[in-house]
Design a protein around this ligand. Structure first.
Ligand code: CO
Length: 210
């Protein structure tokens, strides 16, 4: 059996299990989507947002891309962000990176990966901002770990630079922003950075006419 066929088979088993445990399960979910959390994570197959957080369908609104980046020209990310903040009114946004991330490793190398170079470029920018701290690490692995943490921090800062977040902070005192790193070696998520709603940002990014 091909991998994709297994998905369909397992889906049928899962759906019938849900109904036997709770006959109203799909009726309820079908009516309402009210997640309190937006998750911006890496596309890596080993970091499924709901599995590693023990959450159920309906609890997290999810956006994933390579190395969990918040790029201000990314229409996909911005659309998800605007919908999550202005329509769903999420209370928290989590940017979750992970150790042993392929995008982070690629950013530390000097190799072309084709089209993806333009995406990885954003991670190289994070390295450039934090080069002094990162280069103090002794091993390449430690450097990648540090870049993973600084990358998450910079992506949270990028969220705060958007008009969507600044507008929401001004009018709703929400959402709170969190930067986390998931450790593939033990399955534990470590919070590394936090911006409660209303945290001041570098003045050059302040939008005072919202
Ligand atoms: Co990754």
């Amino acid at each position: 059996m091909e991998a994709y066929q297994k998905l369909l088979q397992k889906n049928k088993i899962w759906a019938s299990e849900q109904v036997s445990e709770d006959p109203e399960y799909f009726l309820r979910l079908n009516k309402l989507q009210a997640p309190e959390i937006l998750w911006i994570g890496c596309s890596d197959s080993r970091v499924p947002a709901d599995r590693i957080t023990g959450t159920q369908p309906g609890e997290i609104f999810v956006h994933r891309n390579i190395s969990n980046l918040v790029v201000p020209t990314d229409l996909n990310l911005l659309s998800v962000l605007q919908f999550a903040v202005e329509v769903l009114h999420v209370r928290h946004i989590i940017v979750c990176g992970h150790h042993n991330c392929g995008g982070i490793a690629a950013a530390m190398e000097h190799k072309s990966h084709g089209l993806m170079d333009q995406w990885i470029w954003n991670i190289k920018n994070v390295y450039r901002i934090h080069r002094d701290e990162i280069d103090q690490a002794k091993t390449e692995e430690e450097k990648r770990h540090l870049l993973t943490e600084y990358n998450v921090k910079e992506q949270v800062l990028n969220l705060a630079k958007t008009s969507i977040i600044q507008n929401a902070w001004k009018n709703q005192q929400l959402p709170h922003l969190h930067g986390w790193v998931y450790d593939l070696r033990d399955g534990i998520i470590n919070p590394v950075f936090e911006m409660p709603a209303g945290t001041s940002i570098d003045p050059i990014y302040e939008l005072n006419n919202l």
